[in-house]
Design a binder for this molecule. Structure first.
Ligand code: BTN
Length: 265
């Protein structure tokens, strides 16, 4: 698989020597975090055919069976204050829409903040993490992405079967995982060159791809539910929501999950 991925990467891809493939790992993010702390260079990438403990935010698990998905983590080392990376997850989401479009022939949408979707189905998710140096600047940034590529509906566990999907289900054709993985790496590498100085362009593309905007949404925090209308994304990637009482608030992704009125999207 590693050689197939390498064969699909553009000639100018600068990080070919830093690609690590594993048949199975707990989590590619956990593995690359240890490499980052041990001094691995920017551009280090870890991919696994199967994850036994793939996860998203707040400890949610990410179903990562072998042979059907791409589970990838990439290490960046942007030398900047963390405030300049607030839009990182948004920039990654746009790069992943570009990668799917290039390798599977359709452009998914983004469910704020970090889910790739098509219609009512989630195709993948993004988990970014940042570590700091002693001066409080960014020491490492990890980009973790999982994309379901080849599953059929019955391959998903019952509890997510109605809301999960794969690239092949949407494209209605077989999907080459090596091609998808190479497109993801190539798009992330080119995104990394724009990340700090083309923030507004990246956010404008995010707004165009984000299906949450213009929707009535339910914000769920623990047992609390609040109803509002999603209006825009601010420069930090927060969702601007007009609530029923007329108040406009910027909602950041931390502890809140956002759903459409009638289901997951
Ligand atoms: C989410 O759905 O909320 C985010 C899921 C992120 C999953 C990817 S798979 C590769 C990397 N390793 C992990 O453990 N998580 C990310």
């Amino acid at each position: 698989m590693k050689s197939e991925i390498l064969s699909h990467l553009p000639g100018a891809y600068p990080w070919k020597e830093q690609l690590h493939w594993f048949d199975s790992l707990g989590s590619t993010n956990d593995h690359i975090r240890a490499l980052a702390k041990a001094g691995a260079p920017a551009g280090t990438a870890v991919l696994a055919d199967h994850q036994t403990a793939g996860h998203g935010r707040r400890g949610r698990s990410f179903h990562s069976p072998e042979g059907v998905g791409v589970y990838l983590s990439l290490l960046l080392r942007p030398d900047c204050p963390p405030a300049r990376l607030m839009h990182l997850t948004c920039a990654v989401a746009v790069a992943m829409c570009d990668a799917v479009e290039a390798s599977a022939g359709f452009r998914p949408a983004i469910k704020w903040t970090n889910d790739l979707v098509s219609g009512k189905r989630k195709l993948g998710g993004i988990l970014t993490e940042i570590g700091f140096n002693q001066k409080g600047n960014v020491d490492w940034a990890i980009i973790g992405v999982g994309i379901n590529c080849c599953q059929t509906e019955s391959d998903f566990p019952g509890e997510i079967r109605d809301m999960a999907g794969s690239l092949s289900m949407i494209a209605q054709s077989p999907i080459d995982r090596a091609k998808v993985a190479a497109a993801m790496l190539a798009q992330l590498q080119s995104m990394s060159e724009k990340l700090l100085d083309q923030k507004e362009e990246l956010l404008n593309q995010y707004r165009a791809d984000c299906m949450t905007l213009g929707q009535d949404v339910v914000l769920v925090r623990g047992d609390e539910k609040r109803y509002g209308h999603a209006l825009d994304i601010d420069e930090s990637g927060a969702l601007l929501v007009r609530f029923a009482d007329g108040r406009l608030e910027a909602v950041s992704s931390g502890e809140i999950s956002v759903r459409g009125m009638y289901g997951y999207v």
